[in-house]
Design a binder for this molecule. Structure first.
Ligand SMILES: Cc1ncc(COP(=O)(O)O)c(C=O)c1O
Length: 525
C-alpha cells in the first residue's frame, strides 16, 4: 500500500439506457414556459393559482400547517418541494422540474426508482400471496428465502450453500433504528442469561449515528446526538474518540482509549457498537479498517460483544458488500484538505478472503436492504449469541407488529438478486472515480475545509456550519441547478444510486457542478 498525492482519473460510468439529456436550466425553462402556457394540466408551478389542477397550493399549505417533517421546526418548518414521481436516477417535482438524485433517498435507493424487477416483486407478492400477516406463530416464504439470502451474503458464500460459518440467525424489524435496538437487546439478554447482569453498558465512537429511538440515541455522539436535550432519559454509555483523517495511524488513539475503557469497565460492558469505516449522519467521516480488527481483538480479550451497524454502508456503498469487509488492500479513500491531497493507492490484489473478514457478533442492516422500496431492518447474529440468550429456555423479548412484512421481504430478496447479478463493484469504482473528478474543484473554495471520497460517497465539508436559512438557501439553489442533495451542518455530500442502469458520468458531473455553484455563490442580501 502506498500513500501519495494523487488524482485517480475518472473512468466513464457504465453506458446507459433511457438517457435524459435535458439540462437543468432547460428543464426549468421548459417548466416555466409550460406553466405560463394555457395547458396547466400538463405542468404546474408551485406558485400557481388556487385553480391548480394538481392542487400544489393546497398541498403545500396543508403540509406546512399540519405535516411534521424531519429535523425541522413544527411551527416554522424548512420549505418542502412537492414531488410527483421518481424514475431511474431522477426525481420529478410537481412543477415539472426533473432533478438528478444525489441522495438515493437517504442512501437506500441504490438501484434508483421504479426498477421493473423490484416493482414486479411487489406486485407479484400482493397478487399471488398477501401484503402482510403477523409473524407470531406464522411464517412465510419471503421471510425464509430472505433469511437464507442474507446469511449467504453475510457469510460471503457465493453459491447456494447454506454452510454458514458465522452468522446463522436473522431478526426482521421495522427500520434501521429498531434493528439497532434489537441488537442492543440481544447483547443485554445474552449477558443476563449467562448470569452476568452487570454487563449493561455500550461503548461507541464519538461522531457516531445509530438512529433516533432512545436506545440508539444513547450510543450516538453525545454532543451532536442531542444528548443534552434528552439527558434525563438516555442511558449513560461510554465513548471513545473517533479516528479522523482516514489513515491507519489516526486510529491509534481510538484503540488506546478503547483498551483502557475495556480494561477498567469490561464487567459492566455488554458490547462495543460501531459503524465500520464510515461514520454517516454523525459527520460523514472515514476511518481505516485496521481499527475494526484491533477492536475485535480487544472485545475477545475482554469478553465483550461487538456490534457492527452497517445500516448506511451495507450492500456495496463503500465498494465491498459490507464496509466491515474492507481491509488494507481494498480501502482506498481520497482526500483533498485545504490544498493538499492524498489518496491511499493499493497495488495489492483486492480479493477478500472469508477467513480474513472481521466479523461482529451482531450485524445491523437497513436502508438499501430493500433497495429503498420499503422500510425493513434486519439484525443478524451467531449461534454463540442465540445459544447464550436461549440458554435455560430464555426467549428473545422483541416482536414488532410488522415484523418480517412479506412485501418488504419479497422486495428485499429481489433487490439482493439485482445487486448480486449486476456489475455493482465496477459501478461503485466508476462512481468513485467520477466523484473524485467532479467534486475535487470544490476544494479551491475558501469556505471548504475538505473534500473526500470513498466508494459511492462524496463529501464536501465546509469550514462553517449552515444555519437554518443557509440550509434552505442551499437546498433551493441546488434544486434550481437540477440536483437533489440535502445539506446538513457543515456537510454537503452525495451518495447517488450507484447501481442504477441509467447512472452515467454526466450525472455525477452535474452534481459536482451544482455543489460547486451553490457553495461558491454568496447569499443574497
Ligand atoms: C448508521 C445508521 N444506523 C442507524 C440508522 C437509523 O436508521 P433508520 O433511519 O432506518 O431508523 C441510520 C440512518 O441514517 C444510520 O445511518
Amino acid at each position: 500500500m502506498m500513500i501519495r498525492s494523487a488524482y485517480r482519473g475518472g473512468r466513464r460510468l457504465a453506458h446507459v439506457l433511457n438517457r435524459c439529456h435535458r439540462s437543468s436550466s432547460s428543464a426549468a425553462a421548459a417548466a416555466s414556459s409550460a406553466s405560463a402556457a394555457s395547458d396547466k394540466n400538463i405542468i404546474c408551478a408551485c406558485e400557481c393559482p388556487e385553480s391548480c389542477p394538481q392542487q400544489c397550493h393546497n398541498l403545500l399549505d396543508t403540509d406546512r400547517q399540519h405535516v411534521i417533517h424531519p429535523y425541522t421546526s413544527m411551527t416554522d418548518p424548512l420549505p418542502t418541494f412537492p414531488i410527483k414521481s421518481a424514475k431511474g436516477i431522477h426525481l420529478k417535482l410537481n412543477d415539472g422540474r426533473k432533478l438528478i438524485d444525489g441522495m438515493s433517498s437517504w442512501w437506500a435507493a441504490v438501484h434508483g426508482y421504479r426498477n421493473p424487477v423490484l416493482d414486479n416483486a411487489l406486485k407479484e407478492q400482493i397478487e399471488s400471496s398477501m401484503s402482510h400477516v403477523m409473524f407470531g406463530g406464522l411464517t412465510h416464504k419471503p421471510a425464509v428465502q430472505l433469511t437464507t439470502k442474507l446469511l449467504q451474503l453475510a457469510n460471503n458464500i457465493q453459491d447456494d450453500s447454506t454452510d454458514y460459518h458465522h452468522f446463522t440467525k436473522a431478526f426482521f424489524s421495522d427500520s434501521g433504528s429498531v434493528s439497532v435496538e434489537v441488537a442492543m437487546k440481544m447483547a443485554l439478554q445474552y449477558w443476563f442469561t449467562l448470569e452476568q447482569p452487570s454487563k449493561t453498558k455500550f461503548v461507541s465512537l464519538r461522531n457516531g449515528y445509530h438512529g433516533d429511538t432512545l436506545g440508539a440515541m444513547s450510543i450516538c455522539d453525545p454532543v451532536n446526538g442531542m444528548h443534552s436535550m434528552f439527558s434525563g432519559v438516555l442511558a449513560k454509555q461510554l465513548f471513545v474518540s473517533t479516528p479522523t483523517g482516514g489513515m491507519e495511524e489516526d486510529g491509534v488513539q481510538t484503540i488506546i482509549e478503547m483498551k483502557q475503557l475495556l480494561e477498567e469497565h469490561h464487567e459492566e460492558i455488554a458490547a462495543v457498537v460501531m459503524e465500520p469505516i464510515v461514520q454517516g449522519a454523525g459527520g460523514m467521516r472515514f476511518y481505516h479498517p485496521s481499527v475494526l480488527r484491533k477492536v475485535r481483538e480487544l472485545c475477545d480479550e475482554y469478553n465483550v460483544l461487538l456490534i457492527f451497524d452497517e445500516i448506511a454502508t451495507g450492500f456495496g456503498r463503500t465498494g465491498t458488500m459490507f464496509a466491515s469487509w474492507q481491509n488494507e488492500s481494498t480501502y482506498q479513500p481520497w482526500y483533498l484538505t485545504e490544498g493538499s491531497s492524498f489518496s491511499i493507492i493499493n497495488s495489492e490484489d483486492k480479493k477478500i478472503s472469508t477467513n480474513e473478514i472481521v466479523n461482529a457478533d451482531i450485524l445491523c442492516l437497513g436502508k438499501a436492504l430493500t433497495g429503498g422500496y420499503m422500510t425493513l431492518g434486519a439484525t443478524l447474529t451467531t449461534d454463540k449469541v442465540a445459544h447464550g440468550i436461549s440458554h435455560n429456555g430464555g426467549v428473545f423479548m422483541h416482536g414488532p407488529t410488522f415484523m418480517a412484512n412479506p412485501l418488504a421481504c419479497s422486495v428485499s430478496l429481489a433487490s439482493m438478486g439485482l445487486l448480486t447479478s449486476s456489475p455493482w463493484e465496477e459501478r461503485v469504482r466508476n462512481v468513485e472515480n467520477a466523484l473524485i473528478e467532479h467534486i475535487s474543484p470544490l476544494s479551491e473554495l475558501d469556505s471548504v475545509r475538505e473534500v473526500r471520497v470513498l466508494g459511492a460517497i462524496g463529501v464536501c465539508e465546509l469550514k462553517e456550519g449552515l444555519d437554518r436559512d443557509g440550509m434552505a438557501r442551499i437546498q433551493r439553489a441546488l434544486v434550481e441547478e437540477g440536483v437533489w442533495l440535502r445539506p446538513f451542518g457543515k456537510l454537503l455530500y452525495t451518495m447517488p444510486p450507484f447501481n442504477c442502469d441509467e447512472l452515467e458520468d454526466d450525472h455525477i458531473k452535474k452534481i459536482g457542478e451544482a455543489m460547486y455553484k451553490v457553495v461558491s455563490s454568496k447569499p443574497k442580501a
